[in-house]
Design a protein around this ligand. Sequence first.
Ligand code: SAH
Ligand code: SF4
Length: 393
Amino acid sequence: MNTPSAPITQDVHTIPRKLPEGGKVNLVGLTREQLRDALIEAGTPEKQAKMRVGQIWQWVYHWGVRDFAQMTNLAKDYRALLDEKFEISVPEVVTKQVSMDGTRKYLLRIAGGHEVEVVYIPEENRGTLCISSQVGCTLTCSFCHTGTQKLVRNLTAGEIVGQVMVARDDLDEWPQPGAPKDETRLVSNVVLMGMGEPLYNFDNVRDAMKVVMDGEGISLSRRRITLSTSGIVPEIAKTAEEIGCLLAISFHATTDEVRDRLVPVNKKWNIETLLNTLRDYPRLSNSERITFEYVMLKDVNDSDADAKRLVKLIRGIPAKINLIPFNEWPGAPYQRSDWERIEAFADIIYKAGYASPIRTPRGEDIMAACGQLKSATERARKSKAQIASEAGL
Ligand code: SAH
Ligand code: SF4
């Protein structure tokens, strides 16, 4: 049997924030400290810097203002200075598709001409924005469309925050000055479940989430942010300590033999190592439970024995298990498990005392469902045979 030869380590870089000579620095995505430093460097007196940060922060992240001229509580010549040195820019929307079920998918263009996809999923009492952390992914999970994309680059913190801002623009969610405070939130939750492995771009993801969580701006609570990882063990404790958001793990298999094939990073950090690290997460992050994501692949990982092994493995970890019916993509070497099989699997888990929701595929008609994301410009697709051989089929 062939084993995947794909890289399981990080070998990408972020496009540096520093722009070509004369280019303006984008303020979006800077942490408060970074913004302060940038303002001082641009000539803001140190004594005023903290106040200016607070004012600009509120304009950008509370009101959604993109133009310094609108920042009316700043002196005119200071606004002109800001405009000369800085910009407030978010990724450009190339296309927007709206699914029959209301799901929206945006294709965004970022520096260098690369593209990422962002998905907005409206539900009855919340709206979830699924954002990306990388263009492509260095990992090559054999059931994932993103993993077949060759080009990979990390997103900057600004490009990550920018995805949230673009969605708020499109949903017209910035507050109106003078209007009564509206507590309903269209983007009420953010999940880092789009393209890329967020823990292979840790610093940018952390800084971006700090901006998104900041109480004087977009102000999403850390409990409304879920980071999904394939299991980058050394970064998991850091996620608890430095971000404190909820964690989801792409688990997908109950033996190392199968997980090695589905999630090749398992060869580096196997099931036992991963679970040992996860046992500490709820305490470290002061959060309730971990979500185990489990993609349902016909005759691969969906037997009763798998379900029983799964509950045994995670015993002692406060958890819920999110079953994801496999979403097909062109050339995919797997099939979705039958519905009765998924329900039987869910039932075993539920009877063992765990919530076992089955994730209803959303936005399938626009290829917006989990694992289907892959920007249209990236055409260097692996052949079906190559995918199958890497999957050990
Ligand atoms: N790289 C991160 C986050 C992005 S993927 C991670 O792997 O966790 C978000 C979820 O969708 C993961 O659980 C992933 O395994 C799952 N997924 C990927 N491809 C899928 C597919 N074709 N069908 C269903 N789920 C898929
Ligand atoms: Fe990367 Fe996640 Fe897809 Fe695996 S499932 S290839 S880690 S995006």
